[in-house]
Design a protein around this ligand. Sequence first.
Ligand code: FES
Length: 158
Amino acid sequence: MVDSRESWNEAQLCEIIAEHRGLEGPLLPILHAVQDAFGYVPQPAVPIIARELNLSRAEVHGVVTFYHDFRDRPAGRHILKICRAESCQAMGCEALVKRAESRLGVECGRTTANDQVTFEAVYCLGLCAMSPSAMIDGEPVARLNASKLDALLSEMGA
Ligand code: FES
């Protein structure tokens, strides 16, 4: 069975490149569009983007790995992001990060072995007044605490 989360195709990639290549500094917009379209930046896309933009593979790979926003593999069924920026740090987000890591059995930035949850950091969700905050599958969660986190992880099947 084909995993739909791994579906990407070269024709769509080439369309994305064509749409953005005229921009000044087209690499980042292309990578964002690729991730929006496929959910991640597939490894085989890197040499194609490099060739089309006259860059080296190392340059494109370097940008993909430098920015936290880009994934180099498909995300899990659910995406949990905990804010680790200043206000949320002051309100104890690091303890929640540790709790999530322990419960999920993976470090922040990874996907669980069963592909159920991808756990990532985010740096300010604009909810500083209600820190610590998080985002689950695109939905903001304010005033996160240990019991709320446990309940959310259970809902995600973790
Ligand atoms: S610092 Fe976490 S929402 Fe702003």
